[in-house]
Design a protein around this ligand. Structure first.
Ligand code: ZN
Length: 681
């Protein structure tokens, strides 16, 4: 395979798709059609992330192509450095699906000049749009995609495009509170979707109001929704998705899968959120096939108030052997629920339908591309989860690609206390990462219940962090349980220790490498890990950060002086009692579940604000410096393999080939060309 590529803080990886070549022709066609559907919604996400993203991408790609077509590089050195800064910026924008960093949410600062870009545009006769140039170059304009700062108006201060400019957080929250209240007071039959059939009962709860629309003002200034559907907003992209889904339906693996696809198409046509719930109910029960997919408005992390969903899509193929591991967990779901340290009132009486499998990804799209999750648990509706269960997957080939990239880069040698290094470096340690992901996804998110009458959205902007903390704590608690030995998932009762060590080290120290100096922790999963690790540092009495004298590895700045310099404040995590740490994890799990079950927003706020957000500047600087010397990219993402259908003279597909040789730039330009489904006006 060609080498990985690096730019800015990014490393691109490739993933292989084991098992693709052994699929039947029918299955290969199914994977191909679903992959096309997963790529066809790309433009939706770009527009959701910021209203300037699509025209900026098209403008930059035109400049990119013009630069690439110039035969020789300029002899002017400053011109060349502008070009290379432009290429870096282009690749960053591609990676982030827009002009804001995918993780920190901060707007990229281009290292080339506005004069350079104007000159390029003029040379190729591309119309200059002052608004776009301002969006790129003015650091005070739309500085953050998703602002989570406590106390600010989260909508007015965020650049995301889910709400028309000028709509306040209070207006939007009130709009949806009233919508829910109206639903609960009115006869439910008024809300029944047109394709409703009594054979499949409608959930009695409100659907996820707001999920698939942009909130705008009408001509009279009244708030109204513009729904994302065929013939609605994003209609041209959605029609293309429908086209490929309908092709997929013709080669579906079962009648059930065909009805899943049909219901999804009905949702895309109508935009009706009840139909969406019915679709997820069918989807979560369709577990027998080898090929599965997600396609739609799914996760709400991109909306500061967590209502509106970004578009994502991906296709996966079951990994039969690894699925056996998660089967053992999900078969025992009720045992885990019954034996957890949470208050019995917050436990599920009956755990059902938690299906878990290990899959290999065939195509990533939308909000899962190029940066992807490694485990996915859907659907997000609490009602559907409680009554029909959830589907949980570990993305095995992505995990393997990460593990391969992390091997031997010196990271653990730098940050792990020398006494713990042998545990961390064992092959077992890698397997425990997978086990943690399995526990988090297939048991953690699926566990527990809300008390009757508690609104699932009552934790507001703290909801995502608390939910991730709940799933992680569940995983951490049980990975140390003797049940793991009994189920032959770990070899002995001490195996969990490497997972505790790396998790706490990450939450306390090493995840800080993803944050710029002076910034706070923003992203929900990072806040969750900080919250857990720092709460335990303060309250468990089982671990501490100690200082050891630390010979810095030579770097270009100090090799000149000869001897390595001493760093007097190198911190290492020391865990003095693993059993005591586990006990404290159980205590925090019980509290976090209480907060979720009771909808205790104030307690959620306290916990997240106290432990999940602030950064100790001195420790942060030290970690950044130690990390910088290792020269590792803090963020990783994936280049998709390319699926190519082979047609016969009758125009029928006779085979689908898979190749791994496309470069990052080639793939991005091709996607920009072939999946440009939304016009820019
Ligand atoms: Zn999660």
């Amino acid at each position: 395979m060609p080498p990985q590529i690096r730019f800015a803080d990014i490393q691109l990886l490739r993933y292989e798709v084991p098992g693709f070549d052994t699929l039947s022709l029918r299955q290969k066609k199914l994977v191909y059609y679903l992959s096309e559907a997963a790529l066809s919604g790309r433009d939706i996400l770009w527009d959701q992330n910021c209203r300037f993203n699509l025209p900026i991408r098209r403008m930059l790609e035109t400049v990119y192509n013009a630069i690439a077509s110039q035969e020789t590089a300029s002899s002017d050195e400053s011109e060349n450095s502008e070009v290379s800064a432009f290429l870096t910026y282009m690749r960053q924008v591609w990676f982030a699906n827009g002009i804001h960093h995918h993780y920190s949410m901060d707007k990229f600062q281009p290292a080339f000049s506005e004069t350079f870009l104007r000159k390029q545009l003029t040379a190729i006769g591309y119309p200059i749009d002052e608004g776009l140039l301002r969006a790129i170059f003015d650091p005070t304009f739309l500085p953050k995609r998703v602002n989570q700062a406590d106390g600010a108006d989260l909508l007015l201060t965020s650049a995301m495009n889910y709400y028309a400019p000028g709509i306040t957080q209070q207006e939007a929250e009130q709009f949806y509170t009233e919508m829910k209240a109206n639903f609960l007071h009115n006869n439910r039959s008024l809300h029944e979707p047109s394709d409703y059939s009594p054979s499949q009962p409608l959930p009695p709860c409100p659907p996820s109001f707001g999920l698939n629309s942009r909130l705008e003002r009408d001509a009279n200034g009244k708030l109204c929704e513009r729904t994302w559907k065929s013939e609605g907003m994003y209609g041209t992209a959605i029609d293309r998705i429908i086209y490929w889904l309908e092709k997929a339906a013709t080669v579906a693996e079962s009648e059930q899968q065909r009805s899943v696809i049909a219901k999804l198409v009905a949702f895309y046509r109508t935009g009706d959120l009840h139909t969406f719930d019915l679709y997820t109910i069918l989807w979560v029960q369709d577990i027998l096939g080898d090929i599965d997919f997600t396609n739609g408005f799914t996760e709400v992390y991109g909306d500061p108030i967590g209502l509106k969903a970004s578009w994502e899509g991906y296709v996966n193929i079951r990994d039969v052997q690894a699925t056996e591991r998660t089967r053992r967990l999900s078969e025992n779901a009720q045992w885990f629920e019954d034996n957890s340290p949470v208050d019995p009132r917050f436990k599920k009486r009956e755990c059902r339908g938690i299906s878990a499998r290990v899959v290999n990804v065939a195509t990533l799209g939308g909000d899962l591309y190029p940066a992807s999750a490694i485990g996915i648990n859907l659907p997000n509706s609490d009602y559907v989860r409680q009554h029909y269960g959830s589907k949980s997957v570990t993305l095995g080939n992505l995990t393997a690609a990460y593990a391969q990239a992390a091997r031997g880069n010196g990271f653990y040698e730098e940050f792990v206390h020398p006494d713990e290094l042998s545990i961390i470096n064992s092959p077992l340690s890698l397997r425990l990462d997978d086990l943690h992901t399995d526990l988090h996804e297939c048991l953690g998110h699926g566990s527990g219940q809300l008390l009757p009458g508690v609104d699932p959205d009552s934790l507001g902007s703290y909801g995502s962090t608390i939910e991730e903390a709940r799933a992680d704590l569940f995983a951490l608690y049980y990975i140390a349980d003797t049940k793991m030995v009994e189920l032959v998932l770990v070899p002995d009762e001490e195996a969990y220790r490497s997972q505790y060590y790396t998790y706490m080290m990450n939450g306390l120290m090493t995840q800080l490498v993803r944050i710029q100096p002076g910034q706070q922790i923003e992203e929900a999963h990072m806040r969750n890990r900080a919250l857990i690790a720092r709460w335990l540092l303060e309250n468990s009495g089982a671990m501490e950060l100690i200082k050891l004298s630390h010979p810095l590895t030579p770097s270009p700045s100090n090799t000149a002086s000869g001897a390595p310099t001493e760093c007097p404040i190198a911190h290492y995590l020391h865990i003095s009692s693993y059993p005591a740490l586990r006990q404290a994890i159980g205590k925090l799990l019980a509290e976090v579940q209480r907060i979720k079950s009771e909808g205790d927003r104030e307690a959620a706020r306290q916990l997240v604000e106290t432990y999940g957000i602030q950064v100790d500047p001195a420790l942060h600087a030290e970690v950044l410096e130690r990390y910088r010397r290792l020269n590792i990219a803090p963020y990783k993402g994936f280049i998709n393999p390319r699926l190519t259908p082979i047609y016969n003279t009758e125009g029928e597909i006779t085979d689908v080939t898979i190749s791994y040789d496309e470069t990052y730039d080639q793939q991005m330009l091709r996607y920009g060309r072939d999946y440009s489904t939304l016009a820019t006006d």
